[in-house]
Write a protein that binds this ligand. Structure first.
Ligand code: PLP
Length: 424
């Protein structure tokens, strides 16, 4: 075969990324290697009550004359289904009192693609020759950001180490270190996931308020990744307030509600940002998919989506989290570890102090034992040049998969960790 020449972006695409490895593992475990215990990727759980709701929505679409045919036979516009945009604007306005209309919302093919577009809109090379970065005020932060963009890997992000609060029961919590944080002229936007993937952290209302003040003063947007947050899927175990105005770009998703395959992301922002998003969607993929918005339309119009999030989704994950934490405490007894306080999302973040091997090697050893986790070192975009040992001592596990899978997986992780500390 001819050896093609690739652009810088092409070169970047041909080297393995953290998110690529993660999705590859996830794809294998979900299809050809069902024997692998999947404690790695961010696939949401199959919650029977939610599956029933989505099945009923689909049956409704199939029953109503012409609805299915329109849903699969017509492109939506580049901002997505107008009925969905109107219904969601109404829901957010009623729920939070925001000055918001359909012109403030665009749909994307999954929120992951929205981040690719947003980071490319606000960071990278600018017309005046300057290079702007995305500031992540707290690392560890979502692995899916790390390889975004056309710029060479590791140059798009700036970050700082967090402050650590040590709590009872081997738990700790990361906080933004506002003594160190500043938004310099090289910063094009600030981004946080809340609840945070990988740690389950929920930035406090005070931290968000301070970030809003700082970004407004610096004239840059604050991007809040709300994939697990309010009002849906609402996977939060601590009280938190959701706030928005046109300086904030709020990203939401239908994925963690139980519809990851529908690939529906939602961006709530100023009409100008929404225009840039929808223009980019038109160029890259013509339109966002129509199935997700069609499945969720009734739930948004009736506001049932909020009730389902509060009464089904959140309690489901809360119970799973409690079970996984209890099991880990039991199985890791005698090991010097800490766990981030699980305040939301679907993950536990484990920190093994003085781990004798780097976490990437721990990942490989666990994979050989049939358990997939994610090595923590991927979650520090913007801190690549910081040789902080903590970066290599953590792993992320998810408790979203079947209980038997989580239980077996945790047992194997504990056995392997004990063997490693014992020098095996
Ligand atoms: C924090 C966070 N943001 C964004 C995404 C992207 O989700 P999706 O593209 O399915 O909307 C994920 C997926 O795991 C995530 O964990």
């Amino acid at each position: 075969m001819t050896q093609f020449c690739y652009s810088s972006l092409g070169q970047k695409a041909l080297t393995i990324s953290g998110i690529g490895e993660l999705m590859d593992d996830l794809g294998q475990a979900m299809t050809v290697r069902p024997d692998l215990l999947m404690l790695g990727g961010g696939n949401p759980a199959h919650i029977p009550e939610m599956e029933k709701v989505f099945r009923e929505s689909m049956e409704d679409i199939l029953r109503k004359p012409g609805t299915y045919e329109r849903c699969v036979g017509d492109y939506d516009g580049p901002r997505g289904s107008p009925a969905f945009l109107t219904a969601l604007a109404k829901l957010l306005k009623t729920q939070y009192g925001w000055a918001i209309g359909p012109e403030n919302i665009a749909l994307t093919n999954g929120s992951q693609s929205a981040f690719y577009v947003l980071f490319s809109l606000f960071a990278g090379h600018f017309a005046d020759g300057s290079f702007h970065k995305i500031l992540l005020p707290l690392a560890p932060e979502y692995i899916g950001y790390a390889d975004i963009g056309f710029a060479p890997r590791q140059s798009l992000f700036a970050s700082i180490r967090p402050r650590m609060e040590f709590l009872d029961n081997r738990q700790f919590k990361y906080h933004i270190d506002f003594d160190t944080l500043s938004i310099g002229p090289e910063i094009g936007a600030v981004c946080v996931s809340r609840p945070t993937n990988p740690t389950g952290n929920v930035l406090t209302d005070d931290e968000i308020a301070r970030l809003r003040t700082m970004t407004r003063a610096a004239g840059v947007p604050l991007i809040i990744d709300n994939a697990y947050g309010l009002p849906f899927p609402g996977i939060l175990f601590e009280p938190a307030t959701l706030s928005w105005d046109e300086n904030v770009i709020l990203c939401m998703s239908l994925s963690k509600l139980g519809l990851p395959a529908a690939r529906t992301g939602i961006v709530v922002a100023s009409p100008e940002v929404i225009r840039a998003i929808s223009e980019t969607t038109a160029v890259m993929s013509l339109a966002p998919g129509s199935i997700g918005p069609a499945l969720a339309l009734n739930l948004i119009q009736s506001r049932r989506i909020i009730e389902l999030s509060q009464t089904i989704v959140r309690p489901f994950y809360y119970q799973r989290m409690q079970d996984a934490v209890g099991l880990l405490r039991d199985k890791l007894d005698g090991i010097d570890y800490c766990m981030h306080k699980p305040e939301g999302a679907i993950f536990l973040w484990l920190w093994f102090k003085n781990l004798p091997i780097p976490s990437a090697q721990l990942y490989q050893r666990l994979k050989q034992c049939g358990v997939l986790v994610i090595s923590g070192h991927y979650f520090f975009p913007g801190l690549e040049h910081d040789d902080w040992p903590h970066k290599y001592q953590c792993i992320r596990i998810t408790y979203s998969q079947k209980e038997s899978v989580v239980q077996k997986g945790i047992q194997i992780i504990a056995d392997e960790i004990k063997a490693i500390y014992a020098g095996a």
